[in-house]
Design a protein around this ligand. Structure first.
Ligand code: ADP
Ligand code: MG
Length: 238
C-alpha cells in the first residue's frame, strides 16, 4: 500500500457499520461511523466486549460488516476479493498482545519473512532489516530466537516486522497487554515514533496510565457504539 503524502486526508472511514456475529446476542459493532485521517495516532479504549477487536478485524477484512461501508486508504473493502484481500492485508502493519512471532526462526528471519512474501530482493532485505531493528533498539539481537528474548523484546521484534514494509497504517490490538509498565511505555513510545514518521497508528489498549500521559485522540467504545471521541483525550472510569 502506498503511503499518502498529504495529511488530513481520510485514511480510515466507517460509514454506519454494523457487525452482528452469527450467534451474537447483540451487535458487536452498532451503526458506527468514524473517520481517521492520514498521520493520526488514535487510541481505542473500552471495556472487554465493547467491540475493539471486532473493529480491528473489520479493518483487516478478516470480518465483513453485516451492513455499512468501510474505506481504508482509498479502498472500499466491500469491493476487495480474492488475491486482492491478501495484498491489501500485507499493506497494513499489525501487532497483537501475544506477539505471534515464528518460534523456529530467529529475529532476522522473522522480519525478513515479511519482505520475502512481497518478493523483495535479498540485497534489499539485508539493508532494510537492520534498519528496523535499530529503530526498535534490537540491532544486536538479530540472531536470537523468540524464546531467548523477554516479552518486551519480542514485542519490539513484532513491531519491527509490522513496519518493515512501510505500511500506511499500523493496527495494534492490546500490544502491551502482556508487558510490565516499563516495557509498555517503551512500546508506546515506539508506536509514537512510527507515527511521527508518517504512519497512521490505531492502538487498542486498556492501559489508562499511558493513554492519560500521551494525550492523543481517544475513541471510547461501549457495546459497539462510540461513547466519546476526544482529541488529546483521557481514559476515565465508566
Ligand atoms: P473487545 O475486543 O472490546 O473485548 P470484541 O470485539 O472481542 O470486544 O467482542 C465484541 C462483542 O462481540 C462481545 O460481546 C463478544 O462476546 C462478541 N464476539 C466476539 N467474537 C465473537 C464471535 N466469533 N462470535 C460471536 N460473538 C462474538
Ligand atoms: Mg479484544
Amino acid at each position: 500500500m502506498e503511503q499518502k503524502n498529504a495529511r488530513d486526508v481520510s485514511m480510515i472511514t466507517l460509514h454506519d457499520v454494523t457487525k452482528v456475529y452469527e450467534h451474537g446476542t447483540h451487535p458487536a459493532i452498532d451503526h458506527l461511523s468514524l473517520q481517521i485521517d492520514g498521520g493520526e495516532f488514535v487510541f481505542v479504549v473500552g471495556d472487554s466486549g465493547s467491540g475493539k477487536t471486532t473493529l480491528v478485524e473489520l479493518l483487516l477484512k478478516e470480518l465483513n460488516p453485516t451492513s455499512g461501508q468501510i474505506m481504508v486508504n482509498g479502498k472500499n473493502l466491500d469491493k476487495l476479493h480474492g488475491g486482492r484481500i491478501a495484498k491489501y492485508r500485507r499493506g497494513i502493519g499489525v501487532v497483537f498482545q501475544d506477539f505471534r512471532l515464528l518460534k523456529d526462526r530467529n529475529v532476522y528471519d522473522n522480519i525478513a519473512f515479511a519482505q520475502r512474501v512481497i518478493e523483495k530482493s535479498n540485497r534489499f532485505i539485508k539493508k532494510r532489516v537492520p534498519e528496523v531493528l535499530t529503530l526498535v533498539g534490537l540491532a544486536d539481537k538479530y540472531r536470537s530466537y523468540p524464546k531467548e528474548l523477554s516479552g518486551g523484546e519480542q514485542q519490539r521484534v513484532a513491531l519491527a516486522r509490522a513496519i518493515v514494509n512501510r505500511p500506511a497504517i499500523l493496527l495494534a490490538d492490546e500490544p502491551t497487554g502482556n508487558l510490565d509498565p516499563k516495557n509498555s511505555e517503551e512500546i508506546m513510545h515506539l508506536l509514537e515514533e512510527i507515527n511521527m514518521r508518517g504512519t497512521t497508528v490505531l492502538v487498542v489498549t486498556h492501559n489508562r496510565e499511558i493513554v492519560n500521559t500521551m494525550r492523543k485522540r481517544v475513541i471510547r467504545l461501549r457495546k459497539g457504539v462510540i461513547v466519546s471521541d476526544e482529541k488529546e483525550g483521557v481514559y476515565v472510569e465508566d
